[in-house]
Design a protein around this ligand. Structure first.
Ligand SMILES: N[C@@H](CCC(=O)N[C@@H](CS)C(=O)NCC(=O)O)C(=O)O
Length: 237
């Protein structure tokens, strides 16, 4: 949590600024969380690959998202940001109050941010970024082989725990649901959506989350960001 004194607070109003590229699943997670909380924010593009001094002062790890508060205070990492927002704005609650359920929600968030995200990000790279950077079209055989080897362990597990309703933990919509949907959206953006016939329960659960008003509000922005990657091989500016 650094304060970058060379940057003046950029907002007069007491609202947040969310920095990052809108194709990022971690930006999407934070965006949806802010919306679910009913918090006002502005979005600013920030290229995660351009490790400028300004970016590194905001987050020495050089990763997006970064949340800026009205006084110029920065908070990095989607999980840290969501936890912080929950404490500052506890209602509506997005983390379970029961200790075991909270642990389960945090574990699912971590699983989504790591295991699930690596898989979905790889598909996005294979379809969108590698072709524009190499000048070679996406390789369907390579993609299908990757999916055949990597998808079952992860999506069979998610199929086995997906709820009928909106909330995977205790039936209450919250952080775990947002975190699980955010990377799967990369598959839609890559033009290679999840096979709903093979994983119908998880597919319907994903559709319910991504169809919420909070999640729909980022759609035009993530499509635009994907188009920037697809045409230039670079993050949106
Ligand atoms: N644990 C972090 C992960 C953030 C992350 O990896 N963001 C990616 C973009 S999707 C990034 O900034 N990558 C830049 C890099 O690795 O150089 C979070 O939850 O915010």
């Amino acid at each position: 949590m650094l304060r970058y004194s060379a940057i003046k607070p950029t907002l007069e109003n007491d609202i947040y600024i969310l920095h990052g590229a809108t194709s990022s699943p971690f930006v999407r997670k934070t965006w949806i969380f802010l919306k679910e909380k009913g918090l006002e924010f502005e979005h600013r593009q920030l290229d995660p690959l351009d490790k400028s001094p300004r970016f590194l002062a905001m987050n020495p790890a050089g990763r997006i998202p970064v949340l800026e508060e009205a006084d110029g205070h920065f908070i990095a990492d989607s999980s840290v940001i969501c936890d912080y927002l929950e404490r500052v704005h506890p209602i509506p609650a997005m983390f379970p109050s029961d200790h075991r359920q909270r642990a389960r929600a945090l574990w699912l968030e971590e699983y989504a941010d790591t295991t699930l995200n690596s898989l979905c990000a790889r598909i996005f790279w294979m379809h969108i970024i590698i072709p524009v950077r190499t000048g070679e079209p996406a390789n369907p055989a390579e993609i299908e082989a990757f999916k055949a080897s990597e998808y079952p362990a992860i999506f069979d597990y998610l199929e086995s725990v997906a709820p009928d309703g909106e909330g995977i933990v205790g039936g209450q919509f919250g952080i775990a649901d947002i975190a699980l949907a955010a990377p799967v959206r990369l598959l839609d953006l890559a033009g290679d959506p999840l096979d709903h016939a093979r994983w119908p329960r998880f597919g319907r659960y994903y559709d319910r989350t991504i169809g919420r008003e909070s999640a729909l509000s980022i759609v035009q922005h993530d499509l635009a960001a994907t188009e920037a990657w697809r045409t230039t091989g670079q993050a949106p500016t």
